[in-house]
Unconditional design. Sequence first.
Length: 281
Amino acid sequence: MAIKKSDISGLQIEPLKQGRITLRMIGNTPLYFNSYSSKAQRDLLLGSAKKTAAEKKEIKHDPEHEFRESVYTQVTGETLLCFPAPGVKGAMATAALETPGVTKSSVNRLIFLPQEKINIWGRPFMKMDVVRSADVAKTPDIRTRAFLPRWCAEIEIAYVMPSLSVHSVISLLRNAGIVVGIGDFRQEKGRGSFGSFSVAGVDDMGDLQSDWDSITLEGREVQVEAMKNPVPANNKTSSLLQRVMEERERRTGAAEPDKAVKSGGSRRGKAVEAAEAVEAE
């Protein structure tokens, strides 16, 4: 049915258009991974179960297992490690609070991330830190996470035009890298300053090109090996890990080979199988 000229003489509504741009994120500060462990997800789904008598005798923490459980992984791709794309969009929306001329709600409506996960390049190390629990007493505890001293990522962003422009999208992501960050203990949380990043276009890397070329050498192969044979990120982690291994030996009469960690020499056993299981998830 043909549309008559008289039918379109009223209010004119122009259809919105969608633009796309691919940007690169290069870490300015190290990245802490903060994935929920399988145990935490199980407890959220089924509720936490009481420990058996045998479980009460076990060492409270298993650093190697917790290290592997802290990361987001993917079965295929250039990297083993990845990060949920909604986390980056959330960072951009939060950055809008500090960006004149745009609101958080408009960013949530006008920006789309086609990817479910983004590739993360960089070698992960095991890092153990004293943290405060979320209970009323703020009980101290030790938390083990994957820690990337240097990292980078590439992300595709779709946006609504003309409400947003290429310049607006790049500025929002740059502001997110400065005031928000990604991962645990990030800039947004106040006390930490981790997970911050710089932003560049694929064809306009400038001074960041050398960093990008260097970090992207640490892809899937390097990351798989790092997850199989965790290396402590610092002397504090190495010391704490040694105490765990000594306690295992005291309780069992011998250090468990499947929970040994590469520290100087290479100790392999079921740790290899565990890392391969992580890769296959």
